[in-house]
Design a protein around this ligand. Structure first.
Ligand SMILES: [Zn+2]
Length: 128
């Protein structure tokens, strides 16, 4: 007579003998999705002072003293980078409408149609 234990063992064996391929494919899919999400993540690391700040935005400036492009308000003011070079309004400070520059005028949040910047520029060009 087949005991309950035997039945469970059989069921257990069947479960572990499932082909592995579908699981692997699923894992790859999940990884790709995660990477795509990372691209759209909010940036809050200032490349100038190397600190995480709530007011980091992207600046396409022509200041020769720095190669940083993601810069916090404090550094942008110190570098005298005008707010006209700012490309994003994606920081927490911007979202809370508390973004304010000391150096020159602050652009209106409505100037930024794309508030989430999801196309990171290529490697920093050292020849600038
Ligand atoms: Zn900074």
């Amino acid at each position: 007579m087949g005991s309950l234990k035997d039945e469970l063992l059989k069921a257990g064996l069947k479960a572990t003998q499932k082909p592995k391929a579908p699981n692997e494919r699923e894992q790859i899919k999940k990884k790709q999705v995660t990477e795509a999400v990372i691209h759209q993540e909010q940036r809050n690391f200032c490349e100038e002072c190397q600190l995480v700040r709530p007011d980091v935005e992207l600046y396409y400036h022509r200041n020769p003293t720095t190669e940083a492009e993601w810069i916090c308000v404090k550094c942008a003011d110190q570098l005298k980078i005008a707010d006209t070079f700012r490309q994003t309004a994606q920081s927490d400070t911007s979202i809370k409408k508390m973004f304010r520059r000391e150096h020159g005028a602050t652009r209106s949040p409505s100037d930024f149609k794309v508030q989430k910047f999801d196309k990171p520029k290529g490697p920093i060009n050292g020849n600038r």
